[in-house]
Ligand binder design. Structure first.
Ligand code: HEM
Length: 411
């Protein structure tokens, strides 16, 4: 039996812990340096049991639970999943067991490293277009001028949706994920309504495609013509996939890029080193993904049967919360976890999750982030946080430097 399980009532938890566990975007956490909170939680309560479930924070626990077949991502009785504005479980995020494996067998080959590498020239050319728009100004709000439009534009091309849809989709995505000042229940209600409007739009775009019958080199076309083991996706599965891809593709890379650029803006010597030695950038991005962990935790998970994982008893019907971000600064898993070592050699971080639902888009995300920063560094080699202003961080399921005012030498 473990001795480090802390039993605590929800009402007795610190505001920060409560905010984390319930995904309530209520501003209770210091999102500039959340690593301090994770460090404290790891020291004081690495496993937390409260009225509704159990939260895991240590690397070895998080990894074991994420792989265990007793833990699923959709409520076993109601079949309901939460947090993404969907009336049904999203494929593959909220699906488990053999069907999940089946969907991953369809989807994994679309996002392999060699396939993603082919996108690099497009990513660099798109980055250049956005840099052109601010390079003569000497000042830029980087989140809205670069971190948002670049990954979104790239993703719309891969997806096969017209760029004119982008503002509408970003607005829907923000209203689904970011309901500052609301409770979990209110946020879910608003998210569902916005999700309905998102789906109506995606359905309209799919109908357009189906009515022309033309072939395209993009994801929507692939979804329409998918066939594995004699199974072809029906219309509702395609809409379901489009829903999840809109949320995943339009938020996570933007948020990660903003956190990493904010870090480089505050660390001029390290940035200089990357500019002089761009070959070091991929390892540096891995380290900053570890330390910044922009997607701090899994979605809600559920226990299907009584079981024990790493000595922690879990009961049927309980909720499970997994924290990737705290695992990424766990001293049992990383030497000097609070030192950002851009050349770290042993770096088995789980910023892209671990286990059955590990991120499908991680290779795309990595290539996008490295290419975007490298392209920026080739043209804007000095940048710093604009004096008199400061970086603003937000946490709404995903952590972002959503106000990123930078100054640089105009060219
Ligand atoms: C830096 C950017 C990204 C980060 C940090 C990230 C992180 C994550 C994490 C932590 C999960 C697990 C969620 C959970 O267990 O509840 C996940 C799952 C997923 N991600 Fe990403 N993601 C990123 C980019 C992307 C992109 C660009 C795509 C689109 C292709 C994508 C598609 C997915 C999908 C489909 C899943 C569900 C996988 C499954 O359930 O089998 N992600 N991601």
């Amino acid at each position: 039996m473990r001795t480090d399980i802390v039993e605590i009532k929800f009402e007795d938890m610190s505001q920060a812990l409560r905010s984390m566990i319930t995904y309530e975007p209520n501003g209770a956490m210091n999102m500039e340096t959340p690593q301090e909170l994770f460090d404290e939680v790891l020291r004081t309560s690495p496993v937390v049991r409260w009225e509704m479930g159990v939260g895991f924070f240590k690397m070895e626990d998080v990894v074991a639970v994420a792989r265990d077949r007793h833990i699923v991502s959709c409520e076993p009785n109601s079949g309901q999943a939460m947090g993404m504005g969907s009336p049904e479980p999203l494929i593959p995020l909220h699906i488990d067991g053999d069907i999940h494996k089946h969907y991953r067998k369809l989807l994994d080959p679309l996002f392999t490293p060699p396939k993603m590498k082919l996108l690099e020239p497009t990513i660099r050319a798109t980055a250049d277009r956005f840099i052109d728009e601010f390079i003569a100004d000497g000042q830029v709000e980087m989140y809205s001028a670069f971190c948002t439009p670049l990954p979104s534009t790239v993703f719309m091309q891969i997806f096969g949706l017209p760029l004119d849809d982008l503002d509408f989709l970003i607005e829907r995505k923000n209203r689904i994920l970011k309901n500052e000042g609301t409770t979990m229940e209110e946020s879910e209600r608003i998210g569902r309504a916005e999700g309905e409007s998102l789906r109506a739009h995606l359905r309209m775009r799919l109908q357009e495609r189906l009515s022309t019958g033309e072939r395209h080199d993009d994801l929507i076309d692939t979804f329409i013509h998918f066939e594995v083991d004699g199974h072809q996706l029906n219309e509702s599965e395609i809409i379901n996939l489009m829903h999840l891809f809109t949320i995943a593709g339009l938020d996570t890379v933007t948020s990660s890029l903003s956190c990493i650029l904010a870090w480089f803006a505050k660390h001029p010597e390290e940035r200089r080193r990357m500019i002089d030695h761009p070959e070091l950038l991929p390892a540096a991005v891995e380290e900053l993904m570890r330390y910044e962990s922009p997607v701090p935790s899994s979605g809600v998970r559920f226990v299907t049967d009584d079981c024990e994982i790493n000595g922690v008893p879990l009961h049927k019907g309980e909720i499970v919360y997994l924290c990737w971000a705290s695992a990424n600064v766990d001293p049992a898993a990383f030497e000097s976890p609070h030192t950002v070592d851009l050349a770290r050699e042993q770096n088995r971080h789980i910023a892209f999750a671990s286990g059955l639902h590990r991120c499908l888009g991680s290779h795309l995300a990595r290539i996008e982030i490295v290419a975007a920063i490298d392209q920026l560094h080739r043209r804007v080699s000095d940048y710093w946080v604009t004096p008199g202003d400061e970086v603003g961080y937000e946490f709404a399921g995903v952590r972002a430097a959503h106000h990123l005012p930078l100054t640089f030498t105009a060219r």
